[in-house]
Design a protein around this ligand. Structure first.
Ligand SMILES: [Zn+2]
Length: 100
């Protein structure tokens, strides 16, 4: 998997997590959940970056499905940014400035 794909999966997984947090908070505000379930949910009401790798992996399952769908429709491959190892950025304005 390319570095771009890895980064996209992390971004999509973060969105997936945020979507779940909004959904679960909405459910929790409207329905009577068991104490155990609510306590478990609350442990996941934190930013994606703070989740354990095991929990992040659950979000990545959906992120990979999203990316596969985008790839199927060729949207993903219209973008081809270059990674600058020296400055740790995409499409580095310093190193790639003369290369169009
Ligand atoms: Zn650079």
């Amino acid at each position: 998997m390319s570095r771009l794909e890895e980064q996209l999966i992390e971004k999509l997984a973060e969105i997936e997590h945020n979507q779940w947090v909004e959904w679960s908070k909405d459910i929790a505000s409207k329905e009577k959940l068991s104490t155990d379930r609510l306590a478990r949910w609350k442990t996941f009401w934190i930013p994606y970056s703070q989740l354990s790798e095991k929990v992040k992996e659950q979000d990545r399952i959906w992120a990979r499905k999203s990316l596969a769908s985008l790839s199927d429709h060729a949207v993903f491959y219209q973008f081809s940014p270059r990674w600058c190892e020296e400055h740790d950025v995409w499409d580095c304005g310093v190193c790639f400035a003369d290369q169009g």
